[in-house]
Ligand binder design. Sequence first.
Ligand code: FAD
Ligand code: NAI
Length: 466
Amino acid sequence: MAEYDYDVLVIGAGPGGYVAAIRAAQLGLKTACVESRETLGGTCLNVGCIPSKAMLHASEYFDAAANGTMAKMGVEVTPKLNLDAMHAQRLDAIKQLTGGIAFLFKKNKVDWKKGHATFIDPHTVDVGGEKVTAKNVIIATGSSVTPLNGVEVDNDKQVVVDSTGALELKAVPKKMVVIGGGVIGLELGSVWRRLGAEVIVVEFLDQLLPGMDMDVRKEAAKIFKKQGMTMMLGHKVTGCTIKGKKATLTIEKSAGGDEQTIEADCVLVSIGRRPNTESLGLEKIGLVVNKRGQIETDHDFRTKVDGVWAIGDVIPGPMLAHKAEDEGIACAENIAGQTGIVNHAVIPGVVYTWPEIAGVGLTEDEAKEAGHTIKVGKFPMLANSRAKTNHEPDGFVKIIAEAESDKVLGVWCIATVAGTMIAEAALAMEFGATSEDIAYTCHAHPTHSEAIKEAAMAVQGKPIHV
Ligand code: FAD
Ligand code: NAI
């Protein structure tokens, strides 16, 4: 009889966990995956990446019709919002994609254990009273919304909501206050602004989108203001009272000062996410989390406890689905005795607003702080023929290269299809490209991607179209 029920038991079926489970099974390991939700796919497929993009995409159509963009191209329509239908297509996308993972589990012979997992010892996990043993356990439990003291979320009432509640609003709020000018605040704030809400973003720091290049952060604030959002940068919410269907927020400058009050029909709390490690029984296996509540691992995704591995949002690094997926594949390969590697220096990040905002590698400030002497090339989307033809003039591409070697250190862009464009930059950096390599690569015309080539030519000091 086998010593363990499984070679690999994965806890959590988000992009980290389900991908790790499929890869492990593909490599011939007997694998099970525990998930406490009714459906597979984790935060990303159920309440994150997919539903938010469904709402972003649909609201983009509404906005293009409502704000005159379509009329500029000779298509005159007066849009009528059917919010129920918009939600229905969101739910349909979730159903199809989560069902797709269930199909892949069956196809790859991954056992789906439904329930909440708690460690009994490093090789034994309790799932709703059933003891499941495995030679290797991968923790892929993801993350949840960080709460804000004094501003209590109640998604059912739809007055103070988190990202999950903001995806499901049954009516367009007249006035929405978004607390936190990060990725969720800007994406979901954009959805409701496009559908008719007045949106005010309260951000603690002096700029939006911490972690991104400063030129991008400043330009993003200008673009969102132009679209009609109010930006209260350098402000914090100090309290919230609810009366019926209205919230009253007290707000002051981050450094302190006079208080002002704002009444809103809806408040979105989006000040970050924190790792899910509670009620996992980590104390039973002697695994201690770091100050940020994350599980630390080595380069191969091994934790300090033999046989226990961790990946995705629950470990340090950006909380992104593609990072979790790549870690899932690498972790499974390492368990199978192969060499699974994730290059954490080249993980693209994308904000799916209009235009999109994307980056990979170092910001200009980070490059300087790391001691690099740099050269920078910038190209405006206004000078890109395709963007201009499509009436999409906002944004730019910025390439940061090391002065002496010309090696690309970071690429930042704001463009309607920046999320697609950034893949080229990531590939270039993965292969250690110089800006000259990009400048001398033939790019199809007319495409937005030509702006990447032109920014690379700008690093070389010779752009053509500006
Ligand atoms: P998760 O996806 O969080 O999955 C963890 C799973 O583990 C969950 O299903 C949970 O129920 C389960 N679980 C937890 N504890 C237990 C337990 N003890 N027993 C059993 N099951 C358990 N990222 C992007 O890259 N692109 C995007 O466009 C994007 N959009 C987003 C939009 C929103 C609104 C949000 C909230 C997030 C978004 N993200 C996006 C982030 C992305 O969703 C996460 O980075 C990603 O889901 C992390 O994957 P994971 O596998 O680590 O964890
Ligand atoms: P975030 O970390 O992106 O942004 C939070 C913002 O809130 C920051 O700008 C921070 O300065 C601000 N903040 C913190 N405390 C505050 C306070 N008390 N008052 C006002 N502002 C405050 O977090 P967010 O937007 O909640 O998203 C969580 C994570 O989910 C992201 O970091 C990202 O990893 C992931 N995500 C990714 C998406 C994508 O890839 N397109 C989309 C949505 C989420």
